[in-house]
Design a protein around this ligand. Structure first.
Ligand SMILES: Cc1cc2nc3c(=O)[nH]c(=O)nc-3n(C[C@H](O)[C@H](O)[C@H](O)COP(=O)(O)OP(=O)(O)OC[C@H]3O[C@@H](n4cnc5c(N)ncnc54)[C@H](O)[C@@H]3O)c2cc1C
Length: 408
């Protein structure tokens, strides 16, 4: 069986599905291959993450017709509070505080759980007759020729197109087969993720507590619920993850402090080992990488998926424009336009998140004093604060049309 289409996407995670949708809406024929079965992906416990989606990402989802089906499950982030903390004494000095009222555009972002976003994307894709979704199959090899690319699956089937988009996440096999290498290192930190229910309202506030072993983020979900991203050294994380629920909550409570009242776990607990890894190229002839296949960053700023969605916006814009002009969308000069657009921005994000993690996952008193002083200055200057907020909302730089909420 050979499926012929314009683009073959290996990896039908959040970025791969969004990419497929953006191209399909412009009229292109797409094949999306994912090794996970759709029924598994639709299981609400498939992935415990809740994402802080920047305003620009929300606009992209709006432009793709997705936002209306997830808006009821999204929690606007009305305030962001960053504090320094020490294990067992909870958050202490306030470092930064952003209020959405300082931004003309409204909330800096929205919290949305994986289960809702994934279901909406998969549902939307299934409505496009020109999108072939192949699930439960591994893409095991691909071959690039002058005229196209052919991807072989583990059942011997092939999918052919003009371009292969590698959306196959961390450790991308598409990148490896293309000889693309990565810069980066493991963080020796793991993020423990869960949702908690609590007595008091979070009032739409996202908290980031910088603890010496790693940041702890409390991200508001609809109702009296909060998504926890609790980053610890690998050893501590393994020890905590192995505890029973009571032990886990007892370890979490002192870090959270008492401002949410009584807390309890809601749903499963997850853990994600962390690393920095940025592909040294995002494209080769007939191949382009997006999302975690191209870059994996520390989650402390909640920017990984946002960066992936910016890849989607930029690559879709480049490809649709080239396709409408009758250009070969797999040609190197076409995909290099995407690389030029996204490489610098990604390198800057990787450097920024890495530096913040080094600076804050640190208990040295001089480093603590200097960083607290520096952020105190930032916090005191409204224009600088607003600049940081606009950056976090994805409102700076050369913004792809979809992330401005405009169609392609
Ligand atoms: C703890 C934590 C919290 C985070 N919080 C945020 C946040 O608040 N905001 C934010 O913007 N980002 C956040 N991120 C980052 C975000 O989760 C990722 O950037 C995003 O999920 C990556 O999606 P992806 O589609 O690129 O990759 P993946 O989700 O890894 O998807 C890759 C897909 O490819 C498939 N695949 C792989 N190989 C093959 C193959 N050979 N054949 C077929 N299929 C294959 C896999 O099955 C998978 O479905 C967080 C990350 C972590 C670890």
């Amino acid at each position: 069986m050979a499926k012929l289409c314009d683009a073959v996407i290996v990896g039908g995670g959040l970025n791969g599905c969004t990419m497929a949708l953006a191209l399909a809406r412009a009229g292109m024929r797409i094949t999306v291959i994912d090794r996970t079965r759709i029924t598994d992906q639709l299981n609400p416990a498939f992935d415990g993450r809740g994402y802080a989606l920047a305003l620009a990402s929300k606009r992209l989802l709006d432009a793709l017709g997705i936002w209306k089906s997830v808006a009821d499950q999204a929690q606007p982030i009305l305030k962001v509070v960053v504090t320094d903390g020490r294990a067992s004494d909870g958050p202490s000095p306030l470092l930064l505080e952003f209020d959405h009222a300082e931004l003309d555009e409204g909330p800096v972002g929205f919290m949305l759980e994986d289960r809702y976003l994934r279901r909406a994307l998969l549902g939307a894709l299934s409505e496009y007759p020109d999108v072939a979704q192949i699930n439960g199959r591994n893409a095991i090899s691909h071959e690039v020729t002058d005229s196209g690319v052919s991807v072989t699956l583990d059942d011997g089937a092939t999918a052919k197109g003009a371009l292969l988009i590698g959306a196959d996440g961390n450790g991308s096999a598409v990148a490896r087969r293309e000889g693309i290498t990565y810069s980066g290192w493991p963080y020796r930190q793991t993020s423990l993720v869960c949702a908690i229910g609590h007595e008091m309202s979070h009032e739409g506030t996202a908290h980031q507590f910088f603890m010496p072993s790693g940041p702890l983020a409390l991200l508001p979900l609809p109702g009296n619920r909060t998504s926890i991203v609790w980053t610890e050294s690998n050893g501590n994380a393994i020890r905590i993850q192995e505890m029973d629920d009571d032990g886990y909550l007892n370890a979490l409570r002192p870090a959270v402090g008492g401002f949410l009242g009584q807390i309890h776990l809601e749903g499963d607990r997850y853990s994600y080992p962390l690393a920095l890894s940025v592909a040294n190229r995002f494209v080769t002839r007939r191949v382009a990488l997006i999302g975690d296949a191209a870059h994996r960053v520390h989650p402390l700023a909640g920017q990984g998926l946002n960066a992936g969605l910016k890849d989607v916006g930029a690559l879709a814009e480049v490809l649709v424009q080239a396709w409408r002009r009758g250009e070969d969308i797999g040609a190197l000069d076409v995909v290099e336009r995407y690389q030029t657009w996204r490489r610098f921005d990604t390198a800057a994000l990787a450097a920024a998140t890495d530096s913040i993690n080094r600076l804050f996952s640190n208990d040295d008193s001089l480093v603590r004093f200097l960083r607290d002083l520096g952020l105190g200055v930032v916090n005191a200057i409204p224009a600088v604060r607003r600049g940081l907020m606009r950056e976090a909302a994805g409102l700076t730089g050369e913004i792809p049309k979809l992330l401005q909420g405009r169609p392609l």
